[in-house]
Design a protein around this ligand. Structure first.
Ligand SMILES: Cc1cc2nc3c(=O)[nH]c(=O)nc-3n(C[C@H](O)[C@H](O)[C@H](O)COP(=O)(O)OP(=O)(O)OC[C@H]3O[C@@H](n4cnc5c(N)ncnc54)[C@H](O)[C@@H]3O)c2cc1C
Length: 389
């Protein structure tokens, strides 16, 4: 283990993992006046490639608007015999390619003389009396605060006797066509026109030009599929449902996002805060995380400014965790009803109420109004094991 004569190199903020959550936080810190603080962002990858496409609903500006790839003010939901076209103003549904996000944030951080990057694997993170230490290839780096976002799906262990556990797994392809086939005014959030086989499956279609779109086959279920099954369903959808026979695949993405109500411990120690997926920022019942990571970055920055530490963070009303648990239980028990449940929710509620519910910011009365639109017997049955003392 290498420690310099004067002890390990010391930073104000050390980031173990430098993906979406870490770069968002570093950006917010710098933008809020911590631009003279010393930071080291360590990731085992370079984080330059387009390794994911983020989409999120948002109203008002975000720091990344200038590099957003596309934005829609209408969403379409097809299933359960309905075809809903939903204007979503004052929200917009925005698409951000990770390569653009990484470049934009890194460019901003490169203007701060005390921000450094290291491409290396973090072996461990541990608390000390005066801060925390990160071990990389036998070299110790010390930080006043460490933000840990080292996330690998395969490291997740869920106690399934106590908690619900599903996977959001998908494969997406960016396709290009020779003729104009896509309506760029509207993003398809759910298109259930694919065999359900008892678990929630849908297509997601994001067109950013008349000839280019991201087509994603997504499932909310306990088990993944053989790789060729995603490809087969995607080809069936593009050719059979969209009626597109000539296209080329320009890029692909695939992943598993956790959907579990098992708590993610936020504190890794007295000086270690977990952020991003590792810090439980993924919404258990939807898999959305991007905006939640932005709000978290704002809250952490604010906490540091007010208290000198990053732990004074807002607490989500517990009823929202219960709602997540109930929805996960419904998906586990009655995946065959998922299409009906989701289409009905969007059909019977203003989309603003849906977004505010999913963003966990609505009051109890609005929550009651929303819950009154679900199939009550199914939710009561699923809710019983969740609410039981
Ligand atoms: C393909 C894909 C698409 C997604 N789409 C959306 C979306 O549309 N909307 C949305 O809201 N959410 C989406 N998500 C979910 C979520 O927003 C992202 O996963 C987001 O990147 C989470 O940020 P993070 O920092 O927790 O994880 P990551 O961005 O994955 O960052 C974690 C980093 O830790 C690094 N790391 C891990 N272990 C080590 C180690 N030992 N040493 C050094 N570095 C390490 C990894 O290389 C990685 O860069 C998507 C996720 C994926 C994978």
């Amino acid at each position: 283990m290498s420690i310099g004569r004067d002890g390990p190199r010391r930073y104000d903020f050390l980031f173990a993992g430098g993906g979406g959550a870490a770069l968002s936080l570093a950006y917010h810190l710098v933008a809020a006046g911590f631009d003279q603080s010393s930071m080291l962002i360590i990731d085992e990858e370079e984080k330059r490639d387009n390794d994911r496409t983020w989409c999120y609903w948002v109203k008002g500006p975000t720091p990344y608007d200038s590099v957003a790839h596309a934005s829609w003010d209408k969403l379409r939901i097809i299933g359960d015999g309905k075809d809903l076209m939903l204007p979503i103003e004052p929200y917009r549904y925005q698409m951000l390619r990770s390569e653009d996000f990484y470049r934009f944030v890194k460019e901003r951080l490169s203007r701060c003389p005390n921000v450094e990057f290291l491409t290396a694997r973090v072996d461990s993170v541990k608390d000390t009396d005066s801060g925390a230490e990160v071990l990389v290839d036998d070299v110790v780096y010390a930080g006043k605060w460490v933000f840990d976002s080292r996330w690998k799906y395969q490291n997740l262990v869920v106690n399934e006797s106590r908690y619900r556990n599903l996977k959001q797994h998908f494969k997406g392809v960016e396709i290009r066509t020779n003729t104009d086939v896509f309506n760029t005014d509207v993003a398809r959030m759910f298109d259930f026109r694919t065999p359900q086989h008892g678990v929630m499956r849908f297509f997601y279609l994001l067109p950013w030009s008349p000839r280019e779109a991201l087509v994603e086959y997504t499932l909310f279920s306990p088990e993944t599929l053989p790789p060729e099954e995603y490809d087969r369903r995607i080809a069936d959808y593009i050719q059979g449902v969209l009626g597109i026979t000539e296209y080329e695949v320009a890029a692909e993405e695939a992943c598993i996002i956790p959907m579990t109500d098992q708590p993610f411990e936020r504190r890794g120690g007295a000086h270690i805060l977990r952020i991003g997926t590792l810090g439980g920022r993924v919404k258990a019942s939807t898999g959305y995380a991007f905006m939640r990571m932005q709000w978290d970055a704002e809250a952490i920055t604010d906490s540091l400014r007010r208290t000198g530490g990053p732990f004074d963070l807002p607490v989500t009303p517990p009823r929202y965790h219960r709602f997540d648990s109930i929805l996960l239980q419904v998906l586990l028990d009655r995946g065959d009803l998922a299409e009906h449940v989701f289409v009905r929710l969007f059909d019977r509620n203003p989309v603003t109420r849906m977004f505010r519910f999913l963003d966990e910011v609505d009051g109890v009365w609005e929550n009651i109004k929303l819950m009154s639109t679900v199939p009550i017997p199914t939710f009561l049955k699923a809710g019983w094991p969740v609410m039981r003392p």
